[in-house]
Design a protein around this ligand. Structure first.
Ligand code: INS
Length: 572
């Protein structure tokens, strides 16, 4: 990959690399041995690489970086409440469906249960696709607000349900809100994040989802002995509170600077970026990193509007279908496939088979008491929750690819181990308690490996790989792949378990092995690159014309001059 070839090689002192340990803002482990770092006092660092490309960082990576970027962290954490709602629903429903009062109030035949899951997921699919249109046309924040309102209406229906149709309607409407939020939160988070901690901030989506799963599961667990309908109305009603908090908070979140640039509101974009990067407006105007970030956004916007006609129009409906179709044109196809496939592999790893059918699967490995099996499947949520912290800390240091590759191998091995144990001990678990616990250990090991890899990175990659004009729709399509595959897993798992529990685990081991190959050969490393630089990673395969045009636009906007100036100042 060769970017910014016009920038002269500045590394006349490769030994400067030795100073790295003392550089407070050095972030990238991908810097090759002789990179040239320009430290900008306490405001960040700018690095040119031997191939002529550059990276910049407003602070260090990892936990220190989060502290340094605390305002962006708070905004991302807040936006991730959307994910909390999504996880909470999953956690709570597992318990509600087995509650005595719920079962006597509603005739829960297998068809009814299947329909309740299906309407939610179909609602989610619909919500995701609508959000893909709204987020570009209006704004990320207003779309989140609207999704929260829809979600709260759906939850109110479910909480107050007195008949099955109420529940169906509530779950369908709630699904639209959950689906929309599941793509809007990561979209917003990606667009406000500084490059050096973007992976960690996007991982907060998974953090909130799994926190929601844990809270939902254990709230239901705690209320399930209440002898009347409060046992399920309380846990279903509680989810309205975070929905309201997020809706109100939307008025206080800073707007996405990238969307503002797309709408030609350059001054507003500067103001928002200044706020997010903790600068005053005056400081921001003369801060080289802020200027580089803004110029990159403007260059990308100009490039896209010059190469794809009126695609950047945010007002007219014309071309709506055409722009969805663009996702499959050679220019964007690679990225679209990355988004769709990461969600495919995330779901086909089998995580939701464990979450939805945990109690049944745990029975199949010989744990018979109900409390035991609920505790084990509840424990799976906790393991996911703990695992995500490791990703938050290391995703920007290690990169996405190593986590995906390591995770897929461990997930596949765990599935195979469990499958073999079930095959051997299926009929005589009671005589071999060690085998039971080995199988439970396998489930936890799988969950942990998933929880540091495909779980969080499934929410990170799709938000990074698309250029601004395609980001809304690209994330929407990737998230739709999540819900669609999730829906398929819900459909086939009970059938598979009925046929053969041992085979069920093999069915999930195969995609995990394929995921290893995919992560190795098809996924580009996106860690520590700005969103616009990631565009260049993919564009490098599109051809020279675009690259030349891009260089020209950057030159016209003054980006190259700014960079040369930075490098020259440092040399003196
Ligand atoms: O990342 C999430 C998470 O791992 C959830 O627990 C799972 O239920 C979702 O389907 C997945 O997208």
């Amino acid at each position: 990959m060769s970017r910014y070839q016009t920038i002269p090689q500045t590394d006349d002192d490769p030994g400067s690399n030795d100073d790295r340990a003392d550089q407070p803002f050095l972030s990238s482990p991908f810097l090759s041995g002789d990179s040239h770092i320009t430290s900008l006092t306490n405001k960040g660092s700018f690095t040119t690489h031997p191939d002529g490309s550059y990276t910049y960082a407003y602070g260090p990576g990892g936990l220190r970086g989060l502290k340094h970027n605390y305002y962006a962290l708070l905004c991302a954490l807040f936006a991730s409440i959307g994910g909390l709602e999504f996880g909470y629903d999953q956690g709570v429903i597992a318990n509600v469906l087995v509650m005595k009062d719920f079962r006597t109030s509603f005739p829960l035949t297998p068809i009814v249960m299947g329909t309740m899951t299906a309407v939610l997921e179909l609602g989610c699919l619909f919500g995701v696709l609508c959000a893909g249109v709204f987020a570009d046309r209006y704004s990320r924040r207003m779309s989140i607000l609207f999704a929260c309102i829809v979600f709260c209406i759906g939850s109110a229906f479910q909480c107050g349900a007195t008949s099955l149709p109420h529940l169906y309607v509530g779950r369908a409407i709630g699904g639209v809100g959950v689906g929309a939020l599941s793509m809007l939160s990561p979209l917003y988070m990606a667009e406000i994040s500084p490059p050096e901690v973007r992976g960690s901030l996007l991982t907060l989506e998974q953090f909130s989802i799994v926190l929601g799963v844990v809270l939902g599961f254990w709230t239901g667990f705690a209320t399930r002995e209440i002898p009347n309908s409060l046992s399920w109305r309380i846990p279903l009603g509680i989810q309205i509170i975070p929905g309201i908090v997020l809706a109100v908070g939307c008025f206080f979140l800073p707007p996405s600077p990238r969307l503002l640039i797309l709408q030609d509101r350059n001054d507003d974009a500067l103001a928002s970026l200044a706020k997010l990067r903790l600068r005053t407006l005056e400081e921001a105007k003369s801060d080289p990193l802020i200027q580089i970030e803004l110029l990159e956004m403007r260059a990308e916007k100009t490039l896209i509007s010059r190469t794809s006609g009126n695609e950047c129009s945010t007002t007219v409906c014309i071309g709506e279908l055409r722009s969805w179709g663009q996702l499959f044109k050679p220019r964007y196809r690679d990225r679209t496939m990355v988004g769709i496939m990461i969600m495919f592999f995330q779901q086909w790893s089998g995580i939701n088979a464990l979450l939805y059918y945990g109690p049944i699967l745990v029975h199949s490995i010989g744990l018979s008491s109900d409390t035991n099996s609920l505790a084990v499947s509840g424990g799976i949520g906790i393991v996911q929750f703990l695992a995500v912290f490791i990703t938050i800390i290391y995703i920007d240091k290690l990169g996405r690819k190593p986590l995906l590759r390591g995770g897929s191998i461990i997930m596949a091995s765990s599935h195979i181990t469990i499958s073999v144990l079930i095959y051997i001990f299926e009929d005589e678990w009671s005589s071999y308690p060690a085998a039971v616990w080995a199988a439970v250990g396998g489930m936890y090991t799988f969950t942990f490996a998933y929880g540091v890899s495909f779980g969080p990175i499934g929410w990170v990659l799709p938000s990074e790989v698309f250029p601004i004009s395609m980001r809304g729709k690209g994330i929407a399509l990737s998230t739709a792949s999540n819900w669609f595959n999730n829906f398929l897993i819900g459909l086939i798992t009970p059938v598979l378990v009925e046929m053969s529990p041992s085979l069920t685990f093999i069915v999930f081991a195969v995609p995990c092995l394929l995921a290893y190959l995919w992560a190795t050969y098809q996924v580009p490393e996106t860690a520590n690159l700005s969103l616009e630089e990631i565009d260049a990673v993919f564009n490098s395969s599109v051809g020279g014309d675009d690259a030349n045009l891009k260089r020209q636009i950057e030159q016209d906007l003054g980006l190259h001059d700014l960079i040369q100036e930075l490098v020259a100042n440092d040399d003196h």
